[in-house]
Ligand binder design. Structure first.
Ligand SMILES: C[S@@+](CC[C@H](N)C(=O)[O-])C[C@H]1O[C@@H](n2cnc3c(N)ncnc32)[C@H](O)[C@@H]1O
Length: 247
């Protein structure tokens, strides 16, 4: 069933893409807004609970601030916290993030499993970026936070990565903007490629569920169809949005 969580200020809460570390609001407010989203995800049966370690989240944020080369990003502090929290709660053994650009989106997810924010032991956390130059930058960024190699970035088409992945996928994060006219329409190709490898309870996160909703129309119809996903919530607390779906 499709649901929505909307903060009253979603449209006025704005970041500067070239200045991702700037504080946009008091920390208590950021935590309260994200807690509101986690509560709805819990009520919808997507998350088993809403608890995550706030100090580890801030340690993760600090490491990204110090170690990552980020030319721009549309991941707001609220979104960074939500992605971290969802991964900290779901604790996916295997996570694939598609379309990671410089790696900031990837580490927002993977930071719950590696680096100073780690709160569980993951098996494989894979970021996929089709542009080799950006994949190289993202991999360099990730290596500075995670010397273990559990988190890594590869240069590939995410449809291929997901198609060829030989293990279960517990969490899939979608942010690829596709080639040519396809754009974010590629989300549907990626989730269809991975669907049969996703056990019940696995989670799919799709960035841009608000500002690119029209482009994601077919994807959103798919994840909001109870024949395919048990529940789906559109989290609207910034202008980008995140659709969170559970199989
Ligand atoms: C818009 S960026 C994501 C940026 C992210 N939302 C942020 O704010 O940091 C999308 C990335 O997806 C990559 N991409 C496009 N199609 C892809 C595909 N099929 N597989 C993997 N990456 C892809 C692009 O090269 C681009 O770097």
């Amino acid at each position: 069933m499709a649901r929505t969580y909307r903060s009253y200020d979603w449209n006025s809460y704005r970041m500067v893409y070239s200045d991702p570390h700037r504080d946009l609001e008091p920390l208590e407010k950021e935590i309260a807004v994200v807690d509101g989203a986690l509560d709805v995800l819990h009520e919808a049966g997507i998350l088993p609970h809403t608890d995550y370690d706030h100090a580890k989240m801030l340690a993760h944020r600090q490491a990204v601030r110090e170690l990552f080369d980020i030319p721009w990003t549309a991941i707001t502090p609220r979104m960074q916290r939500l992605l971290y929290a969802i991964n900290a709660i779901v604790q996916p053994e295997n996570m694939i993030a598609a379309g990671v650009f410089c790696g900031n989106t990837f580490i927002s997810n993977a930071g719950a499993g590696v680096g100073p924010g780690a709160c569980y032991t993951a098996r494989q956390l894979i970021g996929v970026e089709i542009r080799p130059d950006e994949a190289e930058r993202a991999e360099g960024n990730v290596r500075r936070i995670d010397p273990t190699g559990i988190a890594r970035v590869i240069a590939e088409d995410a449809v291929e990565t997901v198609t060829n992945f030989s293990e279960l996928i517990n969490l899939l994060y979608l942010d690829a903007d596709g080639a040519g006219k396809k754009g974010k329409g590629v989300y549907l190709d990626i989730v269809e490629a991975g669907y049969d490898k996703m056990p019940p309870g696995s989670v799919v996160l799709a960035h841009n569920s608000v500002n690119l909703a029209e482009r994601l129309k077919h994807y959103l119809e798919f994840v909001r169809d109870p024949a395919y996903f048990r529940a789906s919530v559109n989290v609207i607390f910034d202008i980008e949005g995140l659709e969170v779906s559970v199989k």
